[in-house]
Design a protein around this ligand. Structure first.
Ligand code: 5GP
Ligand code: MN
Length: 348
């Protein structure tokens, strides 16, 4: 609850804020908003992440004060001796990265979790969690509003605007409610950069190689299950040939989802360590439990999992398991409802 978090943070001075590997707009926006706010309250705040701030978010105020974890004595000391460690936008602790997650687990600090993913893991002491929240930034907004709303101005408002904008796919997911729009209106009134400026800074700063990469990747699109499932494959050699990184492929899944009739989309991203799979769905198809069956997790309609197996095995494994976890059907196979109906007929 908001009041629990305020109580936990109120009397403490030394705070570390961290977030997940390959941080996105919600991770960085929530982390920065909290850090800028707590610094205004006179607290000493450090931000330490496993991965750096993506290029598209480097312009945000305070982003230059987010450190990448390098294992230095100072960083280990800061984590071990912080009074409080705040973790934002993840609940599976391993998503902090292998070393950072161990250091956070072992730290004596009070551990605060602010997050909106399904099924929180129980490693924290205090939590502000709601899986129906559109973004972790929504929860940070509520925290700052309740604590000292007069400080919610300028760069803090921009950071929260970025968090909500990016995690709602620009205000188009199911999570977007009238109250999300009211919150965003309030952020704009409190001096957030304008929608136009933020959009241009994040989405109109692509390298000229980006459209080529998009073209190469979209040629891999395959449709299955009566064209309701779409998947794309991102090979490492394609990224290398275009001097691109996996960051440049953010949002590609939206193009697969944009095909008429597609209800579930998958991205198979080849990395040096293994295969990262992104799961996306519309409406009642749940992908969080599907991703969890492979050791991953996430939200109802957006999840992820990681595999240390060859690319083609992963594609086969995940695509063939779709009917078990979603409403998609193998051609010629009966739906669960049909099966129940038939068995009722047989037994009557
Ligand atoms: P993305 O596909 O954009 O990387 O991730 C979509 C969502 O799934 C994010 O909210 C992210 O937190 C979650 N997610 C992605 N990969 C993993 C994973 O390996 N483990 C867990 N628990 N969640 C993941
Ligand atoms: Mn998020």
């Amino acid at each position: 609850m908001v009041t629990d978090v305020i109580q936990a943070l109120h009397g403490c001075q030394r705070i570390v804020i961290t977030t997940h590997i390959r941080p996105d707009g919600d991770a960085i926006g929530s982390q920065l908003a909290l850090a800028l706010f707590l610094r205004k309250l006179g607290k000493q705040v450090e931000m330490i992440n496993t991965d750096g701030v993506p290029d598209t978010l480097e312009w945000m105020e305070g982003a230059e004060t987010i450190a990448v974890f390098e294992g230095t004595f100072e960083q280990r000391y800061a984590l071990a001796h912080a009074e409080t460690i705040i973790v934002v936008d993840l609940n599976a602790l391993h998503r902090l990265g292998p070393v950072l997650s161990d250091l956070v687990r072992e730290s004596e600090a009070v551990k605060v979790l602010i997050d909106h993913h399904c099924r929180p893991e129980p490693w924290h002491d205090v939590a502000l969690i709601r899986d129906s929240a559109a973004a972790s930034g929504e929860l940070v907004y509520e925290l700052i509003q309740a604590w000292d709303s007069g400080l919610l101005r300028g760069p803090i408002a921009t950071a929260l605007y970025v968090a909500i904008l990016t995690d709602t796919g620009m205000f188009r997911y199911d999570t977007v409610t009238p109250s999300v729009h009211r919150m965003v209106a309030d952020l704009l009134e409190r001096g957030s950069r304008s929608p136009n400026q933020v959009y241009a800074a994040i989405y109109e700063t692509r390298d000229r190689r980006w459209p080529r990469l998009l073209g190469h990747v979209m040629k891999t699109l395959v449709l299955r299950y009566g064209d309701k499932l779409a998947y794309i494959v991102i090979r490492q050699r394609v990224l290398e040939a275009l001097s691109a990184t996996s960051e440049d492929t953010e949002g590609f899944v939206d193009f697969a989802m944009a095909v008429d009739g597609v209800e579930v989309a998958l991205v198979f991203l080849e990395t040096s360590k293994g295969i990262k799979v992104s799961f996306r769905s519309k409406g009642s198809h749940r992908v969080d439990s599907w991703a969890r069956s492979f050791g991953g997790g996430g939200h109802r309609n957006a999840s992820g999992a990681f595999f240390s197996r060859p690319l083609h095995d992963v594609i086969e494994l995940v695509v063939t398991s779709a009917p078990k976890h979603t409403g998609l059907l193998q051609a010629g196979v009966l739906s669960p409802e049909d099966r129940v109906y038939l068995s009722m007929l047989k037994s009557s």
